[in-house]
Ligand binder design. Structure first.
Ligand SMILES: [Cu+2]
Length: 113
C-alpha cells in the first residue's frame, strides 16, 4: 500500500514537472508585422523590450523581400524569430536583391532596456 501511494506521488510529481517545462519553454511571442515594398519597410522602426521573444513577419507587397538582422543572426523571407537578449539600436535590411534601391532598403530595430 505504501509502495503504491509512493509510486502515484512520484508519478504525479513527474507529470507536474513536465507540464511546467512546456509552459516555460513557450513564453509569449511578441509578433510584429511589417510591410515591405521597393524599397522600404513600413514601419521602418520596430521597438521591442529586452528579453522578449520576437517574431517579425514580413508582408511583401510587390516582390520577395524578407528581413535580415545581422546582430541577432537571423534572416528570412517570410519571418524571423529571435530573443531580444541585448539592448540597443540595430539595423535590419532586405536579404533579397529586389532592384536598384535594394541596398537602401533598411530599417531600425530598437531593443529597450
Ligand atoms: Cu531587396
Amino acid at each position: 500500500m505504501f509502495l503504491v501511494s509512493f509510486f502515484c506521488l512520484a508519478k504525479s510529481k513527474i507529470m507536474g514537472t513536465a507540464i511546467k517545462d512546456i509552459d516555460s519553454e513557450s513564453p509569449k511571442i511578441n509578433t510584429i508585422t511589417i510591410q515591405a515594398e521597393r524599397f522600404e519597410y513600413t514601419p521602418n522602426v520596430v521597438r521591442v523590450k529586452k528579453g522578449e521573444k520576437v517574431k517579425i513577419i514580413v508582408d511583401s507587397k510587390d516582390t520577395a523581400h524578407g528581413i535580415v538582422i545581422p546582430d541577432f543572426g537571423v534572416s528570412g523571407i517570410y519571418s524571423v524569430e529571435f530573443t531580444a537578449d541585448k539592448a540597443g539600436t540595430f539595423t535590419f535590411k532586405c536579404p533579397t536583391y529586389c532592384g536598384e534601391g535594394h541596398n537602401e532598403m533598411t530599417g531600425t530595430l530598437i531593443v529597450e532596456e
